[in-house]
Design a protein around this ligand. Sequence first.
Ligand code: AMP
Length: 281
Amino acid sequence: MQVVEDVLAMAVWSAARRRAGQTIGFVPTMGALHEGHLALVDQALGTCDAVVASVFVNPLQFNNPEDLRKYPRQPDQDRALLESRGCHTLFLPTKEGIYDGSIPKSYDLAGLDEVLEGPSRPGHFQGVVNVVERLFHYTRPDQALFGEKDRQQLAVIRLIAQRERWPEQIIGCPTVRASDGLALSSRNARLTPEERAAAPALYRSLCAVEHRAFEHSVGRCRQAGMEILASEPMVQLDYLEIAHPLTLQPLADWGSLDEASVLIAASFGNVRLIDNLTLRR
Ligand code: AMP
């Protein structure tokens, strides 16, 4: 596996692949890789000729400097994992290389940053779009793969890709879960054994909503999810919402929708987790 740190060297790699008629798949990450990230790499390897994964802890998407400082970093392990999966190139840009002193752009996110994660993470989605735009600029992929685990992030990137006419195809990939249903996340490692045992309540709560979706009212479905959480005292719920699949605005009723999302955020001690499911009629 080739490791590329310089942004211009990345652009050269990408141009050479394209000249050779190869398709490029790109998996952006912030490292501390687990099977959820690696599933994106596997999928890219299955559909593209050349696959590049990036590891870049993007300062722009952290609204809390302490969070940025504490973000897990395990470069040697990340490199070994990507290599073992057959990833062709690892892009490890620096902050200076990516942003080059430029002022971040401000995007109209059409209210997507005002719901769910938005209020507790001001500026987060602007930071995400800025880094994705910069990473695409150097990697120039045909396909970019993102996890449905970060459902709101995926909605934001899809919106901007369409609006800005980005040529990259944005692909959403299913959430990888532990056998008890907990969505894999680098934050899970920070849970105490008791918190880890309690955390699958989030998935059970989403499943309780999914089980009744489109058959009972939105309010009744949400209530069913809340009842699961009420039986788990370690959960500090931030939100459990049933939302429109594109705008992510909370739904009052199902209307004529064939699809919706149920999204949850909750803390266990100091660890805040998010998860979601797509509901289909
Ligand atoms: P991150 O390093 O947290 O920025 O995540 C990098 C990419 O991996 C994002 O597109 C995430 O949505 C995706 N991802 C993280 N956890 C999972 C998971 N459990 N299943 C699938 N994709 C995931």
